[in-house]
Design a protein. Sequence first.
Length: 363
Amino acid sequence: MKLAIEVPAVSSRLSHVHIGSGLLPQIPGMVAEDWREGRVFWVVDKTVWLHWGRALLDWGWPNPADGNVFLFEAAESRKTLRTVEDMCRRLAGAGADRGSALVAVGGGVTGDVAGFVASVYMRGIPHYQVPTTLLAQVDSSIGGKTGVDLPEGKNLVGAFHQPRIIWMDLEVLGTLPREEFRQGMAEVIKTAMIGDAALWEYLETHQAAVGRCERDALQRIVSACSSLKKKVVEADERESGRRRVLNLGHTVGHALERVSGYQMRHGDAVAAGMVAAARLSVRMGYLPPEDLDRLIRLCAAWDLPVKVSPAFPVRDLLSALEIDKKRIGGRLHFILPVRIGEVLDHDAVDSGAIEAVLGEMQS
């Protein structure tokens, strides 16, 4: 006799996203209003605390001396299982329990690590995201992807764990070093390429306003990017299909990061990866060459790389692609642009074509 019991799958709760100016002073109160089950712990990027710490204390944020705030040195080299263990042990030592919640304040690395800690500590506690970089606001904080790296590759250990609320304060973007802002622009360009031709045209015609961090310009790009990503994630939370379009530029991009020993910044790697994908698409007859030219011009306008350094041997990049987490059933999925604002998911890209494109980009 066989007994079959059906247990309904529980879908993750998707996040509320709030975008505005001057949100930082309100965040402790908004967290307290939303989470009343227990203590709240904060993981704050050290750079954020150095710049904003005095103001945050004046606004009623908790003090690191009280034991509820963990200052985190955010770097790709810290995205490790050791860091996760250390952070979980700090939570345990501070008395965090299943009724506790975690708030991640910082850029993409902080959000990835703290979100993953929240997903595994006591089998999962709620968390919130307060992204403070352009890259985190337009991409990494949205969608519930959390995780860390292994020596074998980037983001190979992780979980889907949706934050309850994401607060994006546009004012912090005006304090970013140009280098940090530039990294985020790679993800903005990616978003426009995969599904927002109107945003693409805005980027081509309003570069000066965006570069000056004018409030209307920031509102335009952050709102457009977060709206598109939220729409994609709602349709495919677990990346079984449609959500893969968000990986445009990340296949070659992650290989570049790994081969560089993570010395190459994420935005730079994604930009070069987008150009590689676009060149592949032109070679395969999908993308008009003039759209490749537009991509190269827009990336170059933000000093984003459109070439691959000879310091990264093509054979090493191809080896890195062999263990890409986007490989399914032995086949590597490439997101290829077919026109500005539209892409396709291709799982039969010839390795010889990839090698040829990478070689072209080094010439």
